[in-house]
Structures are given as structure tokens and as C-alpha cells.
Design a protein. Structure first.
Lengths: 352, 70
């Protein structure tokens, strides 16, 4: 079924007033999704406009290619960004991502998009200076489009089906690329089973970001201070056995690599060093951990050393950012697993 | 569950009432019975929570009976 069209005046202020009144915006002005703009975007997909990519909880709206394109236009995306958003929509709808809980929870979880592969250069997605901040058109508008898709198609409107207690700024937009050329290891998408020449988007249910500044030049010491920063007794990850993420500064990655560490060894060491005695949890959280992790630990007592993730391989990291000694810890929702989806490059490969 | 002929209702707290109604509606079960309990539980004593639960049982039985799905 095609999206409904309506005629309105050509006055941008009036159009934005209409979108505001109908609750179709994220609180910021939108780009009007005119028939012409949506058509330009649809030219970047071989799928029919009415093709249903997924039904998105919590409202179970049908995310058609056209609906995704409309929200992408509203967010200010360039037409060639559409294949990324089609892939991201498929990814969030995967059962293991648990979008129902991610959207309807009181937790501030935001959907973080991570881009890998040739698409990063082609569409100038920022993986360097300030890659989690402002300034890059692709990063800003792609993350925003994802939010509008979840809100307008999935029905996750704040205070209605989106029950976040406070939410977080990343719910406006959260998107970056991996700085693959500065990484000492295989990039994320290769680690997750794709070829280096393929382009992918990975979705992560991110609880927030914590900056970890260290001038350490020694790999073991660096991992120790990272791990100690990751430990916090109010974390969902210790309750459920989570999937914590790091955005590793290229300088930090170089030091870890110079220390002779593989990716798997970095994860193993972080997993060991970030264990926390269960007694540090509140009584209520200890009960939650007992309910959630009994299969893993059996009876959990105050002296049980809880790991942040069920397995070291559940700790993930990308290398991104510019020069500097800042690595970012991205604690995650806990009851969600990241999903990586291949991006259809058919139309993008025809671009100069 | 109710589409499969099984007894079904949702129990939630007042903070999630609008979510419960909206989701039931989105899934084509606008009339799905909801049992609403006061929010939050965090500051209540165990006896208070038990009293709420006991009060709730009558409502659950009533709603299940009304739905003809006992």
C-alpha cells in the first residue's frame, strides 16, 4: 500500500507546524518529504516501494521501502543513504536484537548504527575526529532517520509506547563508521563473518557513552583501567550477562597491538579484569542477576564474581576517532544482541 | 494466545497502561483484558505487594470468566 499523500502550502514553517502537531517529528524541524524527494530516494533501491522490510514493534507498523524513504527524507538524508536504512531496518527487526524491549523499556537504550566497508568512503561517513559528535551530514541524518523510523513506523513515541524514564541525547542520532585504515586488526564486519569488500551496518542497543581518558602506554595497565571503568553496580550487563562495546581510540589500539595482543586476547583480558563481586549489586539487582544468570552460575552468592558478559567474545569493539587518548565505553541494554546486516550496493556502485 | 483459544490477559502497572492498550490495539486485540496495578513496587513492603496481588486475583478471575476462556 502506498503512503498517503496530502497537499499543503509551500511554506516550510506551516509544514513544520503540521508535523509538530501530528507528532511526526523528533522535536527538530524536518525536511518535507515531497513526492519528488521521496521518488529520488526510492531510485536507490531495486525493491518495490510497497515491499515490506519488516513489521516494527512496539506498534507493529509495516516498514515499507517507501515509508523508510519518507522518514529518511524527513531526517535530511541524501538519497543514496536509503540502502543503509533498509539494511538497518532489517537488522533491528531481527529477533535477537529484541527491538520490542529496546523501544518500550524505561531504559534509555538508543539504536547505534556502525558502518563498515567501502560505503564509508563512498558516502563520507565520519570515522575520525568527533565521529560520535556533530558535523558529518551522513552520521547526523542516518542516526536521526533510524529514530524517526522507529518512532513513526514502529510507533515508539515518547510517553506512549516509548517508556524511557529520561532517554538520552543519542536517541536523536547515534551513527559512526569504523576507522578501518587505522585499525590494527580485522574490522568489525570481517570479525562478524563478512568480506572486507562488503559494506555492512551493525545495530547496537546502546545505553549511553562513557569517556575513558588514559595516557597509559602499557597494554596491561590500559586494559585494567578500562575494565575498572566498565564496572558499575547499576549496570544491566552484570544482571543479565550483556554485550558491552568500546570505541577504541586509534592510539590506544596501536598500544594494545604493540603489546602483542589479538582482538580475542583484548576481549579475554577485559572480561577477566571487569569481574565484579555480586555483593556490590543492590539486593534487588542481586535477585535480578540470580533470576537471569542461574543457568550460567547456578546459585549466585555475595562472593560470586560476576562477569560483564557471558563470554569474552560478547565484548565488542571498533577502532574509531581521531588522534587522542580517549576510548569510549558503550554500555548496552543487556537483553539485546547486536545485528550486522549486509548493505545492497547495487545502485551505489553506479555512482562516480 | 487468545487467538489460539487460550485464556490470555496482560498484567501491568499504571506506568505501562497506555503501552499495554496501544500494543494490544496494534496487534488487533483492542479488547485484550488488562489488569492494572499501582506503580511503583520499589518502595512497597512485601505485605503490601501481597495485598495488591490478592486483590488482583479476583479481577483476573473476573476478566478470564468474562472472556469465556476459563
Amino acid at each position: 500500500m502506498s503512503a498517503e499523500t496530502f497537499t499543503t502550502s509551500n511554506d516550510l514553517d506551516a509544514i513544520n507546524r503540521l508535523y509538530r502537531e501530528r507528532g511526526w517529528s523528533d522535536g527538530l524541524p524536518i525536511v518535507p518529504p515531497s513526492v519528488e524527494r521521496v521518488a529520488r530516494m526510492l531510485a536507490f533501491s531495486s525493491l518495490a516501494p510497497h515491499h515490506v522490510i519488516a513489521r516494527l514493534p512496539p506498534g507493529f507498523g509495516e516498514a515499507t521501502v517507501e515509508q523508510v524513504a519518507i522518514n529518511a527524507v524527513m531526517a535530511g538524508c541524501d538519497p543514496e543513504y536509503l540502502p543503509i536504512l533498509i539494511a538497518a531496518t532489517k537488522a533491528v527487526a531481527e529477533t535477537s536484537f529484541n527491538i520490542q524491549a529496546v523501544e518500550a523499556t524505561t531504559n534509555p537504550a538508543a539504536v547505534w548504527l556502525i558502518l563498515n566497508g567501502p560505503i564509508v568512503q563512498k558516502l563520507q561517513i565520519n570515522a575520525s575526529f568527533n565521529c560520535l559528535g556533530q558535523g558529518a551530514w551522513a552520521n547526523a541524518t542516518l542516526g536521526r532517520a533510524m529514530r524517526l523510523i522507529l518512532q513513526n513506523i514502529g510507533g515508539a513515541k515518547p510517553g506512549e509506547m516509548d517508556r524511557a524514564t529520561q532517554g538520552q541525547p543519542a536517541k536523536y542520532t547515534f551513527c559512526c563508521a569504523e576507522n578501518e585504515s587505522l585499525s590494527a586488526w580485522d574490522p568489525l564486519h570481517v570479525e562478524r563473518g563478512f568480506k572486507a569488500e562488503q559494506s555492512t551496518v551493525t545495530v547496537v542497543a546502546a545505553e549511553g557513552t562513557l569517556n575513558m581518558n588514559t595516557h597509559s602506554k602499557q597494554s596491561e595497565e590500559m586494559l585494567r583501567v578500562f575494565a575498572q571503568s566498565m564496572i558499575h553496580p547499576t549496570s544491566n550487563e552484570y544482571c543479565h550477562g550483556g554485550e558491552p562495546w568500546l570505541v577504541l581510540a586509534p592510539e590506544h589500539a596501536d598500544i594494545l597491538k604493540a603489546g602483542g595482543l589479538t582482538k580475542a586476547q583484548v576481549k579475554q583480558r577485559l572480561w577477566e579484569l571487569s569481574k565484579m563481586p555480586a555483593r556490590d549489586l543492590s539486593v534487588k539487582e542481586l535477585l535480578r542477576a540470580q533470576a537471569s544468570r542461574r543457568d550460567e552460575y547456578g546459585q549466585i552468592g555475595p562472593d560470586t564474581m560476576l562477569s560483564i558478559a557471558r563470554d569474552p567474545s560478547d565484548i565488542w569493539f571498533i577502532v574509531a576517532g581521531g588522534p587522542g587518548t580517549h576510548t569510549v565505553y558503550v554500555p548496552c541494554f543487556g537483553n539485546s544482541r547486536a545485528v550486522t546486516q549486509l548493505i545492497d550496493m547495487t545502485h551505489l556502485n553506479q555512482l562516480p | 494466545m487468545s487467538k489460539r483459544g487460550k485464556a490470555a490477559l496482560t498484567i501491568c502497572s499504571t506506568a505501562f497502561k497506555s503501552l499495554g492498550h496501544a500494543q494490544a490495539s496494534a496487534l488487533g486485540k483492542k479488547d485484550l483484558p488488562l489488569v492494572i496495578m499501582p506503580h511503583p513496587f520499589g518502595l512497597r513492603k512485601r505485605e503490601e505487594v501481597r495485598a495488591i496481588a490478592e486483590k488482583c486475583v479476583d479481577e483476573i478471575v473476573k476478566l478470564m470468566s468474562k472472556d469465556g476462556n476459563q
